[in-house]
Design a protein around this ligand. Structure first.
Ligand code: FAD
Length: 445
């Protein structure tokens, strides 16, 4: 036994619920540590939010765009360890803002100086505020101030209204004013690590055959060490017993484990393990999750020269357009220009129930404002993808409510993205969390 009472040198049977990033990476490290792992995944493939779909040309692409930063060190270490470095491609990209009904490059410092609707004083304050935010090395004080208050007092109301308001309102809906500035700090740090200097473009990486290659390789590794991946197997219940914990799958079949890692979102924890859920702080227990709705459009022509187009005009009903073919060339996709239009909302939103045609019609007048002459003839195909639970809407003082994974409740270790705060929801942070989780719950056998 080690000092935490965990067995050393013994192979432990572990059930991992959820085959997303946290589940698959934890399972990979646990099986590497010599344990016997079974992953339960409700869908027909692993990958969760980072899973892919097959295009007409047979190649895969992510349902929700996925790109990686040179600063994603844990991600790059894992990719190297799995011998997948050669599957990643890197390119320099450009960003823009849609502001006052026009696209304006916002790639480097000089571009920011020519943004409309802001005085030279506003621009200086905007840049200075971002510089000072990035210099902060303690995030907990930032967890207690809202983005709105922090930006307004450091960069001015005009900067908040023109550059940020729409992003917060489309991303965090009615909770926009409660979003702590620790979120912006974490997001800006990642952006800064993608740039060689403030004048330059960002560099991002992507998997030539989508992030599916990462999950396929994790599967192969887990299975080669006698692990099991049970697809189409939704967990319905977790029953704790003396020393052992049972997982009940949708078929009614029961599986017994020494330890269970539940990596699914909190609303799913409430459903399958109400006793574990009941131990959470009230603030996290009652916090609503945001859902994501993604419209993916295959275009015959390029939409713009920008990879990321942030929307600042508040009459547009979505926060950004990601033109993925400005990172991953169209020859590698479907010979089409691929744009992703993300949107985040509570599950109850009317927009969430729209199908692909309805969503496209809803967005079309706004796409026409952004590209002169844009019309339906330029669209080759379109798809919509949803996920009910991305993450809980952040709130002030979130840091005081993060549940530990260290101590299991009734044999169940809870580990999902809601515990990764203040780090933004990306693979890098899921992987780093999963590594620690595996090392803590079951050290090497
Ligand atoms: C629009 C969008 C864009 C993104 N872009 C990027 C990006 O560019 N770069 C980046 O690094 N990250 C990006 N991310 C974030 C990244 O996808 C997530 O950080 C990561 O996938 C989260 O993994 P997870 O394991 O926490 O959760 P999930 O991926 O949600 O995995 C949970 C899994 O549990 C399964 N499950 C749920 N309930 C049950 C049950 N009862 N029984 C069995 N299985 C169950 C689900 O099917 C799912 O597979 C993006 C996310 C979104 C939404």
């Amino acid at each position: 036994m080690d000092k935490r009472g965990l067995p050393r040198g013994i192979c432990v049977r572990i059930g991992v619920i959820g085959g997303g990033t946290i589940g698959m990476v934890s399972a990979y490290y646990l099986s590497k540590n010599g344990h016997e792992v079974t992953v339960f995944e409700a869908k027909d493939s692993t990958g969760g939010l980072a899973s892919s779909f097959r295009l007409g040309n047979g190649r895969f692409i992510e349902r929700f765009y996925h790109y990686y930063s040179p600063g994603d060190t844990r991600f790059l270490n894992l990719v190297g360890e799995l011998d997948l470095t050669c599957e990643l491609e890197w390119r320099n990209v450009r960003q823009a803002m849609f502001i006052e009904k026009k696209l304006h490059s916002s790639t480097g410092l000089l571009d920011v100086l020519s943004l409309p609707g802001l005085s030279i004083f506003d621009k200086f304050r905007f840049l200075a505020s971002m510089y000072f935010l990035l210099k902060k090395d303690e995030w907990e004080p930032l967890d207690r101030i809202s983005c709105k208050d922090w930006i307004t007092s450091n960069a001015g109301r005009n900067v908040y209204e023109r550059l940020w308001k729409h992003l917060f309102e489309t991303k965090f809906d009615r909770y926009a004013d409660e979003t702590p500035v620790s979120w912006l700090w974490s997001r800006s740090l990642r952006l800064a690590k993608s740039r060689k200097n403030v004048l330059g473009r960002e560099t991002y990486g992507y998997f030539r055959d989508s992030s599916k290659v990462l999950f396929d390789r994790l599967e192969t590794n887990i299975v080669s060490r006698n692990g099991k991946i049970l697809l189409n197997t939704r967990v319905e219940n977790i029953i704790s017993g003396k020393g052992k914990t049972k997982i009940v799958a949708g078929s009614g079949r029961e599986y017994e484990f020494d330890r269970v890692l539940a990596t699914v979102p909190m609303p799913e924890i409430r459903r399958i393990a109400p006793d574990v859920f009941g131990q959470l702080s009230g603030k996290l227990r009652n916090r609503e999750y945001d859902a994501v709705k993604m419209l993916v459009v295959e275009l015959k022509e390029r939409f713009s020269e920008y990879f990321i187009l942030n929307i600042c005009d508040t009459d547009v009903p979505f926060p950004a357009i990601i033109e993925f073919s400005n990172l991953k060339p169209k020859e590698e996709i479907n010979n089409r220009n691929m744009i992703y239009i993300p949107n985040y909302m509570p599950l109850s939103s009317g927009l969430y129930s729209m199908n692909a045609d309805e969503l496209l019609s809803h967005y079309m007048p706004h796409l026409k404002k952004m590209k002169k002459g844009f019309d339906a003839d330029q669209i080759a195909d379109h798809y919509v993808f949803n996920d009910d639970f991305v993450e809980p809407y952040p709130f002030l003082g979130y840091c005081d409510h993060i549940p530990e994974f260290a101590e299991p409740v009734n044999g169940v270790y809870l580990a999902n993205m809601s515990q990764v705060h203040p780090w933004i929801n990306i693979l890098e942070h899921g992987i780093s969390y999963a590594e620690r989780l595996a090392a803590w719950t079951c050290p090497a056998a």
